[in-house]
Design a binder for this molecule. Structure first.
Ligand SMILES: [Zn+2]
Length: 98
């Protein structure tokens, strides 16, 4: 399993600070850890949708619920690209039929 650097967000007012990873929700108090053992990649964290064999899903949980074996995180840019292709293919279909 791949691991990544945590995206620590530090709250002040605690001894040594309280660090909270915005990706995996792990929290840690004291000096900031430089460990690269976060299970969530940046791509997954920034995913706005998930692409599986049967199509797009809003969340990874939706994909798992639809028995998807493997899903790929989709960024905003990728989602826009997919949507553009979808619209273009629909327009082309319409032209061929009409
Ligand atoms: Zn993390």
């Amino acid at each position: 399993m791949n691991t990544y650097q945590h995206d620590w967000h530090t709250s002040e007012g605690y001894d040594g600070g309280l660090h909270h990873c915005r990706k995996c929700k792990r929290s840690h108090q004291g000096p900031r850890l430089e460990a690269h053992d976060c299970p969530v990649s940046d791509a997954e964290h920034h995913a706005v949708a998930w692409l599986g064999h049967a199509g797009l899903y809003r969340t990874r949980f939706d994909a798992v619920r639809n028995f998807e074996q493997s899903v790929t995180p989709v960024s905003v840019d990728e989602l826009f690209e997919l949507a553009s292709k979808q619209i273009l293919s629909q327009i082309n279909e319409g032209c061929q039929r009409g």
